[in-house]
Ligand binder design. Structure first.
Ligand code: PBG
Length: 327
């Protein structure tokens, strides 16, 4: 007691934590439904909704059911989706990726026709479309950069033609943002934006996603194009280049283990920062919740809040629907 008196506690931070009302009044960060982008996996077929085993409540939808899902998202107050396509056929040259009637192109046309108010983003990368599962074209076991960039630009244009509001290159080839910007502009799509996966790390957190898309690399790994988790300065360089090349929004991915990068990016740049709360981050919460080891809902909210607090404006998350119901 005496020791406390000597301290003369003028500053008692607990005053601002006394009641829920006060805590809410002084809260520095809030989650909003409009912060979220829901990734949606779309495959061929009709009336299909296949749950992904490692991602409870997340489905591969045929286009008809994807439309029902979009309707539900809008009702819940979610304003954006990111479309991932699962083609019927994979090939070495990834030709389904830029086909006018490919799965993504048809899905985007259908979604924009029925729900023009929904912001539709599309993933631009070759991995779901290649037999080997790499994000680029391969020759002699090497991932080709410039040849891949040409295909990515073509793919992005086909998404824009279908009606995408944003294209989101997630491949990590050098120079792809500039090539996509030029291709879009040359073809009259100056209004279509680019969300660049700028600092995308070679991460073990993507495993459930690769199950969902059946896109795990058949040989080697992605370390010659995705970033080394050890690096932070390099992330700043990647982001800087993507902004110079014309990115409207930049992304850091995964989210949770890279919040230091998010904070640095927020302090360094003046563009909206996105994070991708990836499949492994989702799966860990679901698995531990299923075991009864954590309160999944509270852990989810705490994780998402931490991303916002670190500086993210947009959060790509499989939790989007679940969290929207709580907000
Ligand atoms: C591939 C891509 C990946 C993800 C989004 N786009 C996986 C990868 O790079 O292998 C991961 C998303 C997730 O884990 O939720 N271009």
């Amino acid at each position: 007691m005496n020791a406390l008196k000597q301290l003369n506690l003028t500053h008692r931070l607990r005053r601002l934590r006394q009641t829920r009302a006060i805590r809410e009044l002084v809260a520095e960060t809030v989650l909003r439904k409009e912060d979220f982008v829901f990734p949606i996996f779309i495959r061929e077929g009709e009336n299909i909704a296949e749950e992904i085993p490692s991602m409870p409540n997340i489905f591969r939808f045929s286009i008809d059911n994807a439309l029902r899902e979009c309707e539900e998202l809008l009702k819940l107050g979610i304003v954006a989706v990111d479309v991932f396509g699962i083609p019927a056929e994979k090939s070495d040259d990834a030709r389904e990726a830029y086909h006018d009637n490919g799965i993504v192109q048809r899905a985007v046309r259908a979604i924009k026709k029925e729900f023009p108010e929904l912001c539709v983003m599309t993933d631009v990368a070759l991995d779901p479309f290649t037999t080997h599962g790499h994000d680029g074209l391969v020759s002699d076991g090497k991932i080709l950069n410039d040849e891949t960039v040409d295909v990515l630009a073509r793919m992005a244009l086909s998404h824009a033609v279908a009606g995408a509001d944003f294209v989101a290159p997630s491949d990590m080839m050098d120079g792809r943002v500039a090539a996509i910007r030029e291709e879009l502009d040359d073809n009259g799509f100056t209004h279509v934006g680019i969300v660049a996966y700028s600092a995308k790390y070679a991460s073990a957190f993507y495993a459930p996603f690769r199950d969902a898309l059946n896109s795990a690399p058949k040989f080697g790994d992605k370390k010659t194009y995705q970033m080394n988790p050890a690096n932070s300065d390099e992330a700043i360089r990647e982001i800087e280049l993507d902004i110079q090349e014309g990115a409207d929004i930049v992304m850091i991915k995964p989210a949770l283990a890279y919040l230091d990068i998010v904070r640095r990016a927020k302090e360094t740049f003046h563009v909206p920062i996105a994070v991708y709360n990836v499949s492994g981050e989702y799966a860990m919460v679901k698995a531990a919740e299923h075991q009864g080891w954590i309160d999944g809902e509270r852990v989810m909210l705490e994780m998402l809040l931490s991303m916002k607090r670190a500086g993210a404006s947009l959060i790509f998350s499989y939790f989007a629907k679940e969290v929207a119901k709580l907000l």
